[in-house]
Design a binder for this molecule. Structure first.
Ligand code: ASP
Ligand code: MG
Length: 412
């Protein structure tokens, strides 16, 4: 029998009614002839509640107990979905991560998947089980302790199962009906994409389009798992949702596929640091050690042997960054005349694999922003992306102007 992986996120299993609705989506695929592996999240809000309980009980908590506690939400939904399927007469059972087993590293709270042996599920499928409902987000380490994969980790569980079981496809059921050219809440002309390449999805996911956990897209790309994102609140057709796939599968290739944004960015500038070999390492090593997630970096031209160094990071990392820089200054590792933090910026990016073979995307982007009077504060580029930092008050305007200038409201 061909295998299909279906994943239901928290809002898709938020109550008993929705779990029944998910079960009917699964039944449809069983009737289509698939052996189905379903990966479930916890009911929406449940994981946050569990994390809250951990923090209230023990501020410096033992990460192994954190995992034991926060993984439990998924166990409930797995059992309930299996019961709903049984009520429909479908042979289904639930599986917790350790029962499969989904083997992980022992990095509690952020474990990485090492292996998913297929024998246990395979044996049950050959005995007549038609649906395996697996608790997402969790696994087991070598030492027998329960682990979790990091927030949003059920997406990664789903892709890993699709790879391990050579599934035809991995369908991610969520509360949006696909991947859009940009956020429809900001631009009402945003268009749902029928297909998007792994590379582009990776950029969009890490730039703040929160449909899929970034790691799940990386994994899908590595193992060429065809991923479909679709809504659990709509009736499905063959064209539902967005297929995330190899670029070779995509015929309609626009130069730019989407506009992404990331709202809570900060721009930090170290004013007048000595321009000498090792200065970048002396600045960014302590930032890394302090856990500051540095994104863009710009070093200005130097004058009289001194230069300004600018970088961006999430707004809630500014305090950590300031502390790390003041400490490095106090210890004499670096010297600067001032540290300026601008917390009112955002990042807006255009993404598209077509940029590899077309020049002029950056220029067109800058012209569109200039026409709207939006000042660009920092620019970075990669092979398939151009990003700018602009004042946060211009975020919506910038997204709309770029969506417009690259003609994203219409298909290619
Ligand atoms: N329930 C977990 C979370 O909220 C995992 C997931 O839903 O992907 O992060
Ligand atoms: Mg999610």
């Amino acid at each position: 029998m061909p295998r299909l992986v279906m994943k239901f996120g928290g809002t898709s299993v938020a109550d008993l009614e929705r779990i029944k609705n998910a079960a009917s989506k699964v039944r449809r695929e069983v009737e289509n002839g698939f052996d189905v592996i379903v990966i479930v999240s916890a009911m929406s809000g449940k994981t946050n509640e569990l994390v809250g309980w951990v923090n209230q009980t023990s501020p410096m908590f033992d990460a192994r107990e954190y995992d034991a506690i926060v993984s439990s939400g998924e166990n409930v939904t797995a059992g309930l979905l299996a019961l709903s399927l049984q009520e429909m007469g479908i042979p289904a059972r639930s599986w917790q991560g350790w029962q499969v087993p989904l083997m992980t590293t022992s990095a509690h709270g952020a474990a990485r998947i090492e292996e998913i042996p297929t024998d246990n599920l395979d044996a049950k499928f050959s005995e007549g089980m038609q649906v395996a409902v697996v608790a997402g987000f969790q696994g087991i380490a070598d030492d027998g302790r329960i682990t979790t994969l990091g927030r949003g980790g059920s997406d990664t569980t789903a892709v890993a199962f699709a790879a391990a079981f050579a599934a035809t496809r991995c369908d991610i059921y969520t509360d949006v009906d696909g991947v859009y050219t940009t956020d429809p809440r900001i631009e009402d002309k945003a268009r749902k994409l029928d297909k998007i390449s792994y590379e582009e999805m990776l950029e969009l996911a890490s730039l703040g389009a929160k449909v899929l956990q970034t790691r799940s897209v990386e994994l899908a790309m590595r193992f060429k798992v065809r991923l479909r994102v679709l809504s659990s609140f709509e009736d499905q057709t063959d064209n539902s949702g967005t297929l995330v796939c190899d670029e070779e599968e995509i015929m309609e290739n626009k130069i730019v596929s989407g506009v992404a944004y990331s709202k809570d960015e900060a721009k930090m500038t170290l004013v007048s640091v000595a321009d000498r070999p090792g200065i970048a390492a002396a600045i960014f090593s302590p930032l890394a050690a302090a856990g500051v997630n540095v994104d863009m970096i710009v070093q200005n031209i130097s004058e009289d042997g001194r230069t300004d160094m600018t970088f961006s990071c999430p707004t809630d990392h500014v305090a950590k960054a300031e502390a790390a820089m003041e400490a490095a200054k106090a210890s004499g590792e670096i010297n600067f005349h001032g540290l300026i933090a601008d917390r009112d910026v955002c990042k807006v990016s255009v993404v598209g694999i077509g940029m590899r073979s077309h020049a002029g995307v950056a220029a067109q982007m800058f012209e569109a922003l200039s026409a709207e009077g939006v000042n660009i504060k920092v620019i970075t580029t990669s092979e398939i992306k151009v990003s700018v930092l602009v004042d946060r008050k211009y975020m919506e305007l910038a997204v709309q102007a770029l969506h417009d200038t690259f003609g994203l409201e219409t298909a290619a």
